[in-house]
Design a protein around this ligand. Sequence first.
Ligand SMILES: NC(=O)c1ccc[n+]([C@@H]2O[C@H](COP(=O)([O-])OP(=O)(O)OC[C@H]3O[C@@H](n4cnc5c(N)ncnc54)[C@H](OP(=O)(O)O)[C@@H]3O)[C@@H](O)[C@H]2O)c1
Length: 329
Amino acid sequence: MTDKKFKWGLIGPGRIAHQFAQGLAVIKNAALYAVASTNPERGQAFANQYGGAKVYNSYESMVNDPEVDAVYIATPHPFHYENIKLCLEAGKPVLCEKPLTVNAAETRELIELARAKKVFLLEALWTRFLPVYAPVRTWLDQGLIGEIKLMVGTFGFAAPVDESDRWQNPELAGGTLLDMGIYPIAVSQWVMGRQPSSFASMAKLSKTGVDEMTAVLLQYDNGAISQFHSSFLSNNVNDFYIYGAEGYIRLHANFWAATKASMVTNNQEITITRPLRGGGFEYQTEEAMRCIRAGLLESPGMPHAETLANMELMDAIRADIGVKYPFEK
Ligand SMILES: NC(=O)c1ccc[n+]([C@@H]2O[C@H](COP(=O)([O-])OP(=O)(O)OC[C@H]3O[C@@H](n4cnc5c(N)ncnc54)[C@H](OP(=O)(O)O)[C@@H]3O)[C@@H](O)[C@H]2O)c1
């Protein structure tokens, strides 16, 4: 089975889809087999760039191609629900860009559908699968920095204000929380192995009504706090610190794409580097292929329960900062 070429289909060949295709290029026994786009020229240009994949002008016809082993979805958030549903109904395993959906109700429904259909479903939270995160996990599990007390992370860029971009568009579930804040939420959850018991949040909303800067405090049952900011308004340091009673760990900027981590204990610092083989998406893609080949319905690296819990938390934060998308009203 592992000798057979794994054939990926791709829905939505826009910006981030390129990083997926570049990652695929460094994976042995995997290929971009088909691209589906509502825009024939865009689909063809993408396919030509990555070695002549088959082009479909409808998502439906691609997911019904029996040669497609799994589908990667790279459309903006509000379309994930219908795109994932289409794939699951057709029995196609799914790797879908983060956030899996725009809210927890949609995520819950799709997880139930994936389980009922016995089809694999993974939120493409690529950070979780990067090589440098494995030794950091070992440091944490060995308790080298003691009990976790505090985490601090930022994800911010001074983005040009362009109200036509999906980031600013409430109809496309724009704003920083779902696009960027999801990373410190997912890393905090990964560090603590559980959800926070409470949170506090504040945001600055844009003229279009999306959050262009959000600050959140998550508190855990042992009193530990994770503090993060997501922003379109400033170029932040963008690393992530994990402070324990006996030392600290730093995931170097940009932490969501980290190749370097340091640990300081007893005034001694060690730094490790784990370069990427491709653009970084290859690790989550390999994990999806491993799980699909093993007959799993979810990845232990980003289980359904954690995707759902993060969506519930983001729903609650959005309610607190007053961001409700027009299609949710
Ligand atoms: N993992 C990461 O590091 C990362 C980074 C950036 C973004 N993302 C995620 O990737 C997803 C896509 O983001 P992106 O910036 O790459 O998207 P994008 O370039 O704006 O759009 C990607 C594709 O989605 C479809 N699409 C775009 N706008 C649409 C609209 N208004 N109506 C219907 N379809 C539309 C188009 O598909 P067709 O070609 O079929 O028309 C387009 O090619 C988001 O959910 C985002 O959170 C992840």
